[in-house]
Design a protein around this ligand. Structure first.
Ligand SMILES: [Zn+2]
Length: 87
C-alpha cells in the first residue's frame, strides 16, 4: 500500500518523490525505514520529517538486504519499461 510522504526531489536523480510503498506491511513508512528511489534505485533512509538521505550499507539491517537487493533489481528492469509504456 502506498503512502504519501512529503514531496522532495531525489538527491541523486531529482525524481519527484511523494509516495512510498511498504513491502513488508500495510503500515506507513517511519523514520529510520529504508526506501529506494523508483527512478535511480538509490537506497535511502527516511530521516526526521521523512526526508531521505543515502543509506550506508551497514545501516541496512541484514534481514532486509535480500529484499532490498531484489527490489533494486526489479525496479532497474521494470521502471524503464513502465516509463516507456506511458510515452
Ligand atoms: Zn533517484
Amino acid at each position: 500500500m502506498s503512502t504519501s510522504v512529503p514531496t522532495q526531489a531525489c538527491p541523486v536523480c531529482a525524481q519527484r518523490l511523494d509516495a512510498a510503498t511498504n513491502l513488508q506491511s500495510r503500515e506507513p513508512p517511519e523514520v529510520g525505514d529504508i526506501t529506494i528511489c523508483i527512478n535511480c534505485q538509490t537506497v535511502f533512509i527516511f530521516e526526521e520529517g521523512m526526508k531521505v538521505r543515502r543509506a550506508e550499507l551497514h545501516e541496512i539491517p541484514n534481514r532486509l538486504k535480500p529484499i532490498v537487493t531484489r527490489a533494486v533489481r526489479l525496479l532497474r528492469v521494470e521502471y524503464p519499461r513502465y516509463k516507456a509504456s506511458r510515452n
